[in-house]
Ligand binder design. Structure first.
Ligand code: NAP
Length: 256
């Protein structure tokens, strides 16, 4: 089916795709027709099988994204595996919880480096290729960053996470400003409360779980598949005129 949402023949990198939101996005992009390079530090064979079950190519690239050391190799490998990269989904991320009064430098650096510094330098490395390809054949590159409710709100006991995800929002707009004229769309998705490893402790806490669900107009936790549709939209031609936008996919959380 050819539609504005069709990703047939498009080549994507998804970071942190072995589980959770990254897996949901990889499978959704594959359903829409994209081949995927699955980048991460843990085995992503399950996601690879799910992508292949959609009839798409899935390659595995092993990389620890807590530093920018592997960034060049990741992009070289993805281009070698897939021929080019049309879509980059910066999904890999971590969170550390502690009172602001006791928060350590290690918990600051680990989160900010993974969630924001690597996101920027991986975007830069992929962006350099996208600019070149776009000037040659006019195909637009698509970068989708995974932000958070804490791109908009302050949160509590997660200072480095809030700083990093607020930074992701700012970088999404900055890169859109610089790269829109060069044939690249840069946008972000801000997931609400999604049931993944990242939120396992919250789901297991009966009181917090009830409080969270009561505040979500949809009345349920989100599923990684709920994020997939937004990723397909932002990666597709349907979003060619969408730039620097942070799309909340939150069951209405921010509307309260
Ligand atoms: P998750 O299940 O913990 O997945 C996080 C992914 O990032 C995993 O694949 C993880 O790999 C990868 N990752 C972490 N550190 C890495 C590193 N140093 N190198 C390579 N990969 C690394 O959590 P998730 O909820 O799906 O989170 C995905 C993204 O969504 C994150 O950016 C998170 O901040 C964001 N988010 C989540 C929610 C939510 O409610 N779940 C809400 C807002 C935003 P490993 O399996 O090896 O750790």
């Amino acid at each position: 089916m050819s539609s504005m949402f069709d990703l047939d023949g498009r080549k994507a990198i998804v970071t942190g795709a072995n589980t959770g939101i990254g897996q949901g996005i990889a499978v959704a992009l594959a359903k829409a027709g994209a081949d995927i390079a699955l980048v991460g530090r843990s085995a992503a064979e399950e996601t690879q099988s799910l992508v292949r079950a959609e009839g798409r190519k899935a390659t595995l690239i092993s990389a620890d994204l807590s530093s920018i050391a592997p960034v060049g190799d990741v992009v070289d490998q993805a281009v070698s595996d897939l021929g080019r990269v049309d879509i980059l989904v910066n999904n890999a991320g971590i969170i550390r919880r502690e009172d602001a009064l006791d928060f350590s430098e290690d918990d600051w650096d680990a989160v900010v480096d993974t969630n924001m510094k690597t996101l920027f330098f991986l975007s830069q490395a992929v962006g350099r290729h996208m600019v070149k390809w776009s000037s040659q054949d006019g195909a637009r590159g698509k970068i989708v960053n995974i932000a958070s409710m804490l791109t908009f709100q302050g949160g509590i006991r997660v200072p480095s996470y809030t700083a990093s995800k607020s930074g992701v929002g700012g970088l999404t707009k900055l890169l859109a400003n610089e790269w829109a004229p060069k044939g690249i769309n840069v946008n972000a998705i801000a997931p609400g409360y999604i049931a993944t490893n990242n939120t396992a402790a919250l789901q297991a806490d009966e009181t917090r779980n009830r409080q969270i669900m009561e505040r979500i107009p949809e009345g349920r936790w989100g599923d990684p598949a709920d994020i997939g549709g937004a990723a397909v939209f932002l990666a597709s031609r349907a979003a060619d005129y969408v730039q620097g936008h942070i799309l909340a996919v939150d069951g209405g959380w921010l509307a309260r």
